[in-house]
Design a protein around this ligand. Structure first.
Ligand SMILES: Cc1ncc(COP(=O)(O)O)c(C=O)c1O
Length: 396
C-alpha cells in the first residue's frame, strides 16, 4: 500500500525533530553521555510528588473542568503577578498538557491559511512545524551570534509583511540561553504594537535567569491585550513527565483556545494538576526554595561548561538563561552537524546540531547542562580530546 498517497501532504513534509535524531544511536552505546536532552536531571521535589499521590488516594481521578482546577488557575494567576508582575485573571488561564499543547492551541486559534508568524532563528524546534500544521507560514528571523542572538527592532520590522499575524518571543531562549532586558524587549514590543500583531511569548524558562529577573512581555506597557503568555512546570519545577503547562491570554483569545482544548484534550491530567498546585503553594510558602536550589546548581554547571568550552577554543558566550550552552564550532572548519556526528562516533558524547533550531545555528551545537556534574566533567573531558584532534586536522 502506498501510504504516501494516503497521509496528509502537510504532515508528511514536516521534518522529524533534530533533537531526537541521535537518541536511538545513544541508546545503543553503553558508555554514551547525552548532553542532548533539554530536561532537568533532578527528580520532582517530594512535596509535589506527594500531593499527586494523595490526590489519587483521595479518589480525585475524574476530569477537571476543561480549563483546569480553579485553585490551580488561581495559584498561577497569583504566581504570575507576584513573581513577574503579570496581571492575569484566573478566568483567562487554561491549564494545558505542557507548554507544548499551549503552543499548539495558541497557533491553531490564531492562524488562518497563509498567515505569517515571525519566528526568531534559532529557537525551540516545535514553533515552525506547529505553525505549518495550523495552516500558517513560519517566517524565520535570523538572529546574529555577534549580537548574542538577540533580534533587533529593525530586523523584526523588516520581517513584517501584510500577512504577519504574530511574533514568537522565545525568551529565555532554547537553545541559545539569550535573555532580553526590558529595553530590548520594549523595542521589539513597539514593533509588535505598531503593526497590531500578537506576541506569543514562551516564558517556560522564566525562573532560570542567572543575572537579573525575567521580564515578561505581558508586563510591558500596552502589551497585555496582545500577548499570549505560555509557560509551564516542566523546567523550573523538574516536572517534564507530568506534562503540565498553561497559557494566559486576553479573554477573547482564551475562549477560542478553550474550544480547541475542549475538543482535542478535554483537560490536563488531574493528578498532575494537583502536583502543579502543590508546586505553587509550597513554593509560595518557602520562597520557591526548590526552584532556587536547582537554579544554583544549574548556575554552577553553567559557569563550568562555559569556561571549559572557551578554554578549548569553542567560542561560547555566557548563556544568561535556560540550561543550554550554544558554542560555535566554526573554528574547527566544520558544521554543528558534522561536529555532533563525529563526537558521538568517536567519543560517545551526544550534543544537538545547532541547525535543528534553525539555519542560523548551522555552526553551533547545543549542549544541555541539566546533567549531573560527574557526567558533565566526563563529557567535557572527552569533548576536549575530540576538539584537540579536530583542531590539528583543521590545520593540516
Ligand atoms: C522553549 C520551550 N518551550 C516549550 C517547551 C515544551 O515544554 P513542556 O514540557 O511544558 O511541553 C520546551 C521544552 O523543551 C522548550 O524548550
Amino acid at each position: 500500500m502506498d501510504y504516501s498517497q494516503i497521509l496528509g501532504k502537510t504532515a508528511q513534509k514536516i521534518p522529524p525533530s533534530g533533537i531526537r535524531k541521535f537518541f536511538s544511536v545513544v541508546e545503543d552505546i553503553p558508555d554514551a553521555i547525552s548532553l542532548g536532552v533539554g530536561e532537568p536531571d533532578f527528580v520532582t521535589p517530594w512535596e509535589i510528588r506527594d500531593a499527586a499521590i494523595k490526590s489519587v488516594q483521595k479518589g480525585y481521578t475524574a476530569y477537571t473542568s476543561n480549563s483546569g482546577l480553579k485553585p490551580l488557575r488561581d495559584g498561577i494567576s497569583d504566581y504570575l503577578s507576584s513573581r513577574f508582575g503579570v496581571r492575569c485573571d484566573s478566568a483567562d488561564i487554561i491549564v494545558t498538557i505542557g507548554a507544548s499543547e499551549a503552543i499548539d492551541v495558541t497557533l491553531r486559534a490564531l492562524l488562518d491559511a497563509g498567515d505569517e508568524v515571525i519566528v526568531p532563528d534559532p529557537s525551540f524546534v516545535s514553533y515552525s512545524p506547529v505553525i505549518t500544521l495550523a495552516g500558517g507560514v513560519a517566517v524565520p528571523l535570523a538572529c546574529r551570534a555577534e549580537n548574542g542572538f538577540k533580534p533587533t527592532a529593525e530586523e523584526l520590522e523588516r520581517a513584517v509583511t501584510e500577512r504577519t499575524k504574530a511574533v514568537i518571543l522565545p525568551f529565555p531562549n532554547n537553545p541559545t540561553g539569550t535573555v532580553l532586558d526590558k529595553g530590548e524587549l520594549n523595542a521589539l514590543c513597539n514593533v509588535i504594537k505598531k503593526h497590531n500583531l500578537i506576541a506569543v511569548s514562551d516564558e517556560i524558562y522564566a525562573e532560570l535567569t542567572y543575572s537579573g529577573k525575567h521580564v515578561s512581555a505581558a508586563a510591558i506597557e500596552g502589551m497585555q491585550e496582545r500577548t499570549v503568555l505560555i509557560s509551564g512546570f516542566s523546567k523550573a519545577f523538574a516536572m517534564t513527565g507530568w506534562r503540565i503547562g498553561y497559557v494566559c491570554a486576553p479573554r477573547e483569545i482564551i475562549s477560542v483556545m478553550l474550544k480547541i482544548h475542549q475538543y482535542a484534550i478535554m483537560c490536563a491530567p488531574t493528578a498532575a494538576q494537583y502536583a502543579a498546585l502543590a508546586a505553587l503553594t509550597t513554593g509560595k510558602a518557602n520562597g520557591y526554595a526548590a526552584v532556587e536550589e536547582m537554579k544554583e546548581k544549574y548556575d554552577m554547571r553553567r559557569r563550568y561548561i562555559v569556561n571549559e568550552l572557551n578554554s578549548m577554543g569553542l567560542a561560547c558566550p555566557d548563556p544568561a538563561g535556560a540550561f543550554y550552552a550554544f558554542p560555535s564550532v566554526r573554528s574547527l572548519g566544520i558544521t554543528g552537524e558534522e561536529f555532533a556526528e563525529k563526537l558521538l562516533k568517536s567519543k560517545h558524547v551526544a550534543v544537538v546540531p545547532g541547525d535543528a533550531f534553525g539555519a542560523a545555528g548551522k555552526y553551533h551545537v547545543r549542549m544541555s547542562y541539566a546533567t549531573g556534574m560527574n557526567s558533565l566533567r566526563e563529557a567535557l573531558k572527552r569533548i576536549r580530546e575530540f576538539v584537540g584532534v579536530a583542531t590539528k586536522q583543521s590545520h593540516t
